[in-house]
Ligand binder design. Structure first.
Ligand code: CP
Length: 304
């Protein structure tokens, strides 16, 4: 196992988070630096992705490295029955870093245990999405000027939403107050509420996405109800449209409040929010490039 792997957001502590945010800021000022000259990075995506894969690949390209990999595992020998272990061991023969998304929770941890090449978890099932968390933290820091003492409202699919799980864990260092807005079927899993209790993180739970909640938030973090995580499609149909944000709901929001969403969205944020000054989700996705450049350098032990 390579100690530079990033499998869970808990692999990095407060000081390192702050250092990575500063590195991301440097990359935002100048994203084109040939720090990866001669390095090859693999992007292995066993699940669909637009932003994560393309921003990681852009990050490598802008740093002068090269990328190999796949975006559809059906075109690889895993469709012939090759195990994840064998796939990782094979790819490790060719590259300096593996960035992997997988539909199974724990897959990134497992991969990191069968190779000495660093692994970055680009999302494993409903578990963790640590690189998304770094860009979320960077977006929060840029828009609020601090990570400390913020009220953050998480809305939608809190059960399967790996981005909100990672975000809670990372924010433990910064004295947040969380609001969890979800229906009972998609509420925050008990393990994350226990995590909050054990780390002194304040939270309240709501089924109503009320004006009181909206108007007292610094960050509203919307999430998609993920059809692909439901075994029963009827249950998905029952809950998919419960929480929708539109521009009229933002009239009395705090001036500093920003709306984040890991994207893709379906209909949880109306199109009329896109031009509202509180909307920040497209900029948030752009921040992914800089945050991921910082994470790639960390994984490869490259000083910036
Ligand atoms: N936020 C995110 O993970 O987006 P993609 O699924 O498009 O990579």
């Amino acid at each position: 196992m390579n100690t530079n792997s990033l499998v869970s957001i808990s692999d990095i502590g407060r000081d390192e988070i702050l250092r990575l945010l500063d590195t991301a800021r440097q990359f935002e000022e100048n994203p084109n630096r040939r720090l990866l000259e001669g390095r090859v990075v693999a992007t292995l995506f066993f699940e669909p992705s637009t932003r994560t894969r393309l921003s990681f690949e852009t990050a490598v390209n802008r740093l002068g490295g090269r990328v190999i990999g796949f975006s559809d595992a059906n075109t690889t020998s895993s469709s012939k029955g090759e195990t994840l272990k064998d796939t990782i061991k094979m790819v490790s023969n060719y590259v300096d870093l593996i960035i992997m998304r997988h539909y199974l929770e724990g897959a990134a941890r497992y991969a990191s245990e069968v190779t000495d090449v660093p692994i970055i978890n680009a999302g494993d099932g409903a578990n963790q999405h640590p690189s998304q968390t770094m860009l979320d933290l960077y977006s929060i820091y840029k828009t609020q000027g601090t990570l400390e003492n913020l009220t953050i409202t998480l809305v939608g699919d809190l059960k399967y939403g790996r981005t909100v799980h990672s975000l809670i864990m990372a924010m433990r260092y910064f004295n947040p107050t969380f609001r969890f807005v979800a229906c009972s079927e998609l509420g925050m899993p008990k393990e994350y509420k226990v995590f909050c209790d054990e780390n002194g993180i304040k939270y309240t739970e709501h089924t109503d996405f009320s004006p009181e909640v909206i108007n007292s938030s610094d960050i509203i973090y919307m999430t998609r109800v993920q059809r692909e995580r439901f075994a029963d499609i009827m249950e998905y149909e029952r809950v998919k449209d419960l929480y929708n944000l539109n521009s009229a709901m933002l009239t009395d929001a705090r001036p500093n409040m920003r709306i984040l969403h890991p994207l893709p969205r379906v209909n949880e944020i109306a199109q009329d929010v896109d031009d509202n000054p509180h909307a920040y989700y497209f900029e948030q996705a752009r921040n992914g490039l800089y945050a991921r450049q910082a994470l790639i350098c960390r994984a490869l032990g490259i000083e910036v």
